[in-house]
Design a protein around this ligand. Structure first.
Ligand code: FAD
Ligand code: MLT
Ligand code: ZN
Length: 492
């Protein structure tokens, strides 16, 4: 994607300037003394993968990538950077959808990676907690919990790359929020290095801890704008003993919601995920993702993925799934369904959902709207936002999908067939505006789980203006008085 994005809401991508301003004299040498040669990366080829984002929205520049090996090393490095007034951009797996982990084009911001801080410090199946360093990859955390017979339930498409630091810093949601909550609810304690190098050691594994302000929660969802998360105590859960997964074709958006209500009324605690997909989204997935197969006979305009799980022995989930679906067939809320009979089939169904972002990326230019509304308003959101975008740019292909059970729909738009991708992307701001107008009328939010990053700073000021935004800015000024933490992200 080479197009510059237009208008204030989307920061224009600018060409790299030839030479980066040097860091203050002696700083690189001091940092290398502190972190060792493998802790300070300046080779352009090694820096390259850290300078563009997953969506190719931004191309940044940076004089160095810092890779401390411990909290003490990071703290000492932050002191040096603070004294020298050097801006710092924390970067985890670099899967941000909003350019949150990108340095800007000035070449003055160092990137901070916790790649070398990826240890599991402790795992306790009695307390049901796991204390991990922030550079640990989410999937590895899930696997290590599973080896102990426990579940760390946070699950999202980027889990093989995203890190614990990144998912906490963005308060990631994902597929299982409907059951287990967002990243915020899965964290009990946090270790943080502040912009001036001070360490907050809040790695407490307590279920109850009313001791003044819950500072730990400030850093979750702050997207690296207040400090660096270095380690966390995560909540674990019992591993499910049984699960049941179905892929259903439904006649319309109202039927998708009605089906969710049916499952909720039968047994809310059994729902692990409830995801909506459009006919267009599945068409693109079948077209672009190798090995993807539609598990039912006929194409439909709307689909739902239901995933039930229980840690109870003999929970009877297969019977429950079948009986709820039968009721839904009779009521005309489901027209066809495939129930997975094996792990391979479960995986194949989930793949149809998880590969949506990749399929959209392969199809051409797309604009993402990670929005949420009260669950009851999801059908209206999908219908009204789709119509508004098609009226704005005839031929635009709505690809709404995602976490129906949380009221969080990715109201994404794919460019019209044959349109110049740059021309479509130049309308990004207009598209986001028409979607957000609908979201506002439905009492929703313009950012459900991806955060603000660099992409949506103007929206934050607009939507959360007045006392709410002023209070956020006061907290930012108090913790980061020199404005060195992830500048240009979250706040103006
Ligand atoms: P990065 O992208 O590296 O960073 C994200 C933000 O956190 C940046 O602002 C960065 O500065 C900050 N940060 C990173 N590490 C730290 C740290 N240690 N301390 C302080 N700040 C830090 N998100 C969802 O919520 N739900 C989804 O279902 C979902 N699906 C996705 C699917 C795909 C294919 C992709 C590419 C992304 C998806 N995301 C989703 C978006 C993304 O937010 C998550 O992947 C994840 O939360 C980011 O983790 P990361 O380690 O890659 O962080
Ligand atoms: C997902 O749920 O797959 C991502 O958060 C959505 C996206 O790519 O817009
Ligand atoms: Zn999502």
């Amino acid at each position: 994607m080479t197009a510059a994005l237009s208008k204030a809401c989307l920061r224009p991508m600018t060409d790299a300037v030839a030479t980066a301003p040097a860091l203050p004299a002696g700083l690189l040498a001091a940092l290398t003394d502190l972190l060792g040669p493998s802790g300070v990366i300046t080779d352009p080829a090694d820096l390259e993968p850290h300078l563009s984002d997953w969506r190719s929205l931004y191309k940044g520049r940076s004089p160095a990538l810092l890779r401390p090996a411990s909290t003490a090393e990071l703290s000492a490095a932050m002191k040096l950077l603070f004294e020298a007034g050097v801006p710092v951009v924390p970067q985890g797996g670099n899967t941000s959808m909003v350019g949150g982990a990108m340095p800007d084009e000035s070449g003055s911001q160092v990137i901070l990676s916790l790649q070398r801080m990826n240890k599991v410090r402790d795992i306790d199946p009695v307390d049901m907690t796991m204390t991990v360093e922030a550079g640990l990859v989410l999937k590895t955390a899930q696997d290590i919990a599973a080896e102990q017979g426990c579940l760390f339930p946070l699950s999202l498409g980027a889990e093989g790359t995203a890190t614990i630091g990144g998912v906490l810093a963005t308060n990631a949601g994902g597929n299982t929020t409907v059951r287990y909550g967002n990243a915020r609810e899965l964290m009990l304690g946090l270790e943080v290095v502040l912009p001036d190098g001070q360490i907050i050691n809040g790695l407490r594994r307590l279920r109850k801890d009313n001791t003044g302000l819950a500072l730990r929660q400030l850093f979750v969802g702050a997207e690296g704008s207040l400090g660096i998360i270095t380690a966390a105590v995560l909540r674990l859960f019992p591993q499910p003993r049984e699960s049941a997964v179905a892929f259903c074709a439904v006649p319309d958006e109202d039927a998708a919601l009605a089906l969710f209500r049916r499952f909720r009324e039968r047994d809310e605690t059994a729902i692990r995920a409830f995801e909506y997909m459009s006919g267009t989204g599945i068409d693109l997935t079948l077209k672009h993702i190798e090995g993807a197969v539609l598990p039912i006979g006929e194409r439909a305009d709307h689909y739902v993925l239901v995933d039930l799980a229980s840690s109870r022995p003999n929970a009877g989930l297969a019977e429950m799934l079948e009986s709820v679906l039968e009721g839904a067939f009779e009521a005309g809320e489901v027209v066809d369904a495939a129930i997975a009979q094996s792990d391979a089939q479960r995986h194949a169904i989930w793949r149809l959902r998880e590969e949506h972002p990749e399929a959209q990326r392969k199809e051409g230019a797309s604009v993402k709207n990670d929005v949420s509304v009260p669950v009851s308003k999801v059908p209206e959101l999908i219908r009204r936002a789709s119509a508004a975008c098609q009226a704005l740019i005839p031929g635009t292909r709505p690809v709404p999908f995602g976490h129906l059970g949380d009221g969080n729909i990715h109201m994404n738009l794919e460019q019209p067939v044959g349109m110049d991708p740059a021309e479509f992307l130049a309308r990004s701001h207009d598209i986001m505006d028409v979607v957000n107008d609908v979201v506002r009328e439905l009492d929703g939010s313009f950012s459900a789980e991806h955060g603000i990053g660099r992409l949506k700073t103007d929206m934050l000021a607009d939507w959360r203006g007045g006392a709410e935004y002023e209070t956020m800015k006061r907290i930012k000024a108090a913790l980061d008085p020199k404005g060195l933490m992830n500048p240009g992200k979250v706040f103006f």
